[in-house]
Design a binder for this molecule. Structure first.
Ligand code: PLP
Length: 430
């Protein structure tokens, strides 16, 4: 009855726990110390003891250059449309507006010989949401494979879903870690057993390395043979300089049957604050049900998921994204990417000259640097901070195989980048 009070329900009695709202306890398994918060804490401690030091961060993965003029113009125009009753837009289609999906199919895929239907494209508010949410449409007990080191979202989102098992010696028991180190030239070894779903990210965050076509083909063949779902994160494809490196997994025959691909305008066009990207789920891509082994279209399931939990990306962001496919937009975003890649080259050359072993940085905005004499990542982080007032990201923060490396990003200003290299040179040469 409505006058039952809490004492009647005996809320403090553990035996009656079933009548309380319970938390998703998988969240309690997540590590509470967040990498970038730990870095900020250490940098702040340094600033307190060195108030005059001008710290340069080569650590955080955010862009620094403004949106290009073509995007700004499109956004202004979209805002003006919103200001008039006749052209105002409310909720848009959950999959995204046709004008953007058509531009994606025509510009990002057709020139590479990939034919997509616009209904295979789902516009999103950035790749983090979709890489994190995609697990909604597959079973909670699928096994997971990741390259190690790795963008942490892939693992943490699976921890939240209860898919990763228990933590033992720094690794999850139901996760297959595929080490990528200098010893194997950052090329993950294909598992000798079947894994249900595998995350691949190329060009890679954090190592900045890429996967040649022959290597990617091996993964697609493995997936076709083992009925494995590949979750391919192409967030950095716009940074590829070497024409032989694939920009999309669908450049490989058979990939439409096994792979979902994630794209983002964040690093391509400086959209980290605008928020827009897209996910490709081909119609041929299916997965089985446990009992009947019936094949289900993942495109259909994702559409169902999105229409329940997502109300579309803002019209203004989608018009902004469309503008990067105009001739001026293409040219302007290329200039910014070239600027960042110019930073990457300066860093790569300077550090190599100083005797560091440097990986990545040629087809990606990330440099992965081996610490001298096998010093641990966090120790080298502190040495670099106190020796040169330069902030990096400790490699071990991206997974156990990142120990002994640091990540540097090329997203800074050119002057900062040069100054950081000068300081590192002075520090190293004593
Ligand atoms: N995927 C990778 C590998 C990333 O490094 C990032 C961002 O740093 C993202 C996805 C997410 O990008 P966004 O959500 O801004 O599109």
């Amino acid at each position: 009855s409505s006058d039952v009070c809490s004492s009647d329900l005996n809320l403090n009695n553990n035996k009656d726990i079933g009548i309380m709202a319970l938390v998703n306890e998988h969240y309690l398994k997540l590590s509470s110390n967040y990498l970038f918060a730990d870095i900020a804490k250490k940098v702040n401690a340094f600033k307190v003891s060195h108030p005059k030091a001008n710290v340069i961060s080569l650590g955080i993965g955010d862009v620094t250059q403004p949106l290009c003029p073509a995007v700004i113009e499109a956004m202004h125009k979209a805002v003006d449309e919103m200001a008039r009753k006749a052209s105002f837009r409310g909720y848009g289609p959950e999959r995204g507006y046709d004008f953007l999906r058509e531009a994606i199919v025509k510009n990002d895929f057709l020139p590479r010989g990939i034919h997509l239907d616009i209904n295979e494209v789902f516009v999103n508010d950035g790749a983090k949401s979709d890489t994190g949410n995609i697990g909604d449409i597959v079973r909670w007990d699928n096994s997971v494979g990741v390259t190690d080191p790795i963008y942490p979202v892939y693992i943490d989102s699976n921890v939240m879903a209860g898919r990763t098992g228990i933590m033992e010696n720094g690794k999850w028991s139901n996760v297959n870690y595929m080490p990528c180190t200098a010893e194997n030239n950052f090329t993950p070894v294909i598992p000798d057993h079947r894994v249900d779903m595998i995350y691949l990210c190329y060009p890679n965050n954090p190592t900045g390395t890429v996967l040649p076509k022959e290597e990617l083909r091996k993964w697609v063949n493995y997936a076709l043979k083992n009925d494995t779902l590949i979750l391919y994160d192409a967030a950095y494809e716009a940074y590829i300089q070497d024409e032989t490196i694939p920009h999309s997994i669908y450049e490989i025959k058979g990939a439409r049957k096994v792979a979902i691909e994630f794209h983002s305008y964040s690093k391509t066009a400086g959209f980290t604050g605008v928020r827009c990207g897209y996910t490709i789920i081909p119609k041929e891509l299916t997965a089985a049900t446990l009992k009947s082994a019936e094949r289900i279209e993942l495109n259909h399931l994702w559409d169902r998921r999105q229409s329940t939990k997502f109300n579309g990306t803002s019209y203004i962001s989608q018009r902004a994204a469309e503008a990067i496919y105009t001739p001026e937009g293409k040219q302007q975003i290329r200039e910014t990417i070239d600027y960042y890649m110019g930073n990457a080259k300066i860093m790569f050359d300077s550090l190599t000259r100083l005797g560091f072993k440097v990986y990545g940085g040629e087809n990606a905005p990330y440099l992965w640097v081996k610490t001298p004499d096998g010093v641990e990542s966090w120790k080298f982080f502190e040495q670099l901070l106190y020796g040169a007032a330069v902030v990096c990201t400790p490699g071990v923060g991206f997974g156990p195989s990142g120990e002994g490396y640091i990540r540097l990003t090329a997203f800074g200003d050119r002057d900062d980048c040069k100054e950081a290299m000068r300081r590192i040179a002075d520090w190293i040469r004593g």
